[in-house]
Design a protein around this ligand. Structure first.
Ligand code: NI
Length: 178
């Protein structure tokens, strides 16, 4: 398991580089380490910069999440050099956390429906559409590749706090407790 970098580490603020060599032992090892680190920390997604590797590699997916108990399962995916765009411009707010900002939650506006594309470990190109929480994870992880954490997207810091303290405010907003 790799060490997880946390808020304040400047590596988290750097833009990640595109992967140019696919299907290498190093890339396979990185993907494995990302899944291990994500699972050991109970996460639903993780990006390579979070373990100090400045490459455009993301893994996400879970069957059941203790961190997001109300979320439906999301199939495990490895995304390399990914990008996304909004399908219709529709946004919604919901609660987000991050393994690099563990213990804190904030209300963040994201696109509801996106189309996205990426390469897999072998270098095959893929396209898909996503909505809701799955789309939220993808947008959150791609932010990491651009050196951005979700806390920068919190419009009102009243809606930012420690998980165990912010329950009342989470209910008050009427969004689901993702
Ligand atoms: Ni994160």
């Amino acid at each position: 398991m790799k060490r997880l970098l946390r808020l304040g580490n400047s590596e988290l603020q750097k833009k990640a580089q595109p992967v140019t060599d696919f299907d290498t032992p190093e890339l396979h090892r990185l993907v494995k380490e990302l899944f291990n680190t994500m699972k050991a920390n109970g996460g639903v997604g993780i990006a390579a910069p979070q373990v100090g590797v400045p490459l455009q590699v993301v893994v996400f997916g879970f069957q059941k999440s203790e961190r997001y108990p109300h979320a439906n399962p999301v199939s495990e995916t490895v995304m390399i050099n990914p990008s996304y765009k909004s399908e219709d411009g529709v946004t919604y707010e919901d609660w987000e956390g991050c393994l690099s900002v563990k213990g804190l939650r904030g209300l963040v506006k994201r696109y509801q429906n996106i189309s996205f594309n990426w390469y897999d470990v072998q270098g095959n190109y893929h396209e898909d559409k996503a909505s809701g929480f799955r789309a939220r994870i993808i947008q959150h992880e791609i932010d990491h590749l651009n050196g951005m954490l979700f806390i920068e997207r919190i419009a009102d810091l009243k809606y930012f706090g420690f998980e165990d303290e912010i329950q009342a405010i989470m209910k008050e907003t009427g969004t689901k407790l993702a």
